[in-house]
Design a protein around this ligand. Structure first.
Ligand code: GUN
Length: 278
């Protein structure tokens, strides 16, 4: 019988731990402040930004909201980031993605000080992760490590297969599993015989962006399956990249969608904000 990894529960435990820590920091005269910048009003981004502000309020992190029109120039955005970089009251800076076409994402990510880069997207943060130095780590993969550790799933020595090589999930995920002494294989759309490679995994992390693509043919008996995908079906229901019902009988543990990886991303963002002050 597969263990269902409850991301909602684990994320609330982390948020409660952070709430206590923030309260202790406040008693010590230290405030935690996150600046959240949204350019334009993409509806999905508005929901994400709203959830981030709500989590900040719950934990006791001060959030500063910057809502800029979608006609904002790159220069204007870079000026705001520069001002926030220099503001000693601001500990973390987050620019919600995607950005309007006139703004280059890479320039914006690189403008944020690596010391305030709570998304962990800056090349310096990515480099620190690769060479094992302390630094901010991308929130979704960091959350997956917490899900595994808090579910008492050993990573060291395990065959870990990551499906997907994005900068935000696949690549940092692989580095984190390696840091935990996993034996890591990164796969992608050009991988030959993906089913055979995925079937080697003791721990299978799926971040491919295709609804229900991973069925029982990709999963070894007893594997731990972590599903990063989130999609809305034609009938309006949420599903992941994994065909949950099909692989469930094979797994030793699995994350559901919703309620698995999703809630962990914001919890780890909050953790990064506190880390900026620790
Ligand atoms: N857009 C979708 N996910 C994210 C995220 O994790 N961080 C930022 N900044 N933008 C996003």
């Amino acid at each position: 019988m597969a263990k269902i990894i409850d991301g909602k529960l684990i994320s609330s435990q982390i948020k409660d731990e952070l709430k206590k820590e923030v309260s202790a920091l406040k008693a010590d005269g230290k405030n935690v402040t996150l600046a959240v910048i949204q350019v334009g009003n993409d509806p999905a981004s508005t929901v994400y930004v709203g959830n981030k502000k709500k989590a900040c309020a719950y934990i006791g992190i001060e959030s500063q909201a910057y809502e800029l029109p979608d006609t904002t120039s790159e220069e204007e955005l870079l000026q705001l980031i520069n001002r926030l970089n220099q503001d000693p009251h601001v500990n973390g800076i987050l620019v919600q993605l995607p950005l309007p076409g006139q703004i280059h994402e890479a320039n914006v990510i690189q403008a944020i000080s690596p010391d305030k880069d709570v998304d962990g997207f800056h090349p310096v943060s990515v480099g620190r992760l690769c060479i094992g130095e302390k630094g901010f780590v991308s929130c979704t993969p960091a959350g997956i490590i917490q899900l595994l550790k808090r579910s008492e799933i050993e990573i060291a020595g395990k065959e870990c297969v990551v499906i997907g090589r994005s900068n935000i999930v696949g690549k940092p995920m692989s580095m984190l599993l390696l840091r935990e002494n996993g034996t890591v294989t990164i796969t992608h759309s050009k991988t030959k015989d993906l089913k055979a490679v995925a079937k080697r995994a003791d721990i299978l992390i799926v971040a491919i962006g295709k609804p229900k693509m991973i069925d029982h043919e990709y999963v070894k008996d007893g594997a731990v399956v972590i599903d990063v995908g989130i999609h809305r079906n034609d009938d309006g229901k949420l599903c992941g990249d994994v065909d949950y019902e099909d692989v469930f009988p094979l797994c030793s543990a699995i994350t559901p969608v919703p309620g698995g990886v999703g809630p962990m991303t914001i919890a780890m963002l909050m953790n990064n904000c506190v880390e900026a002050v620790r």
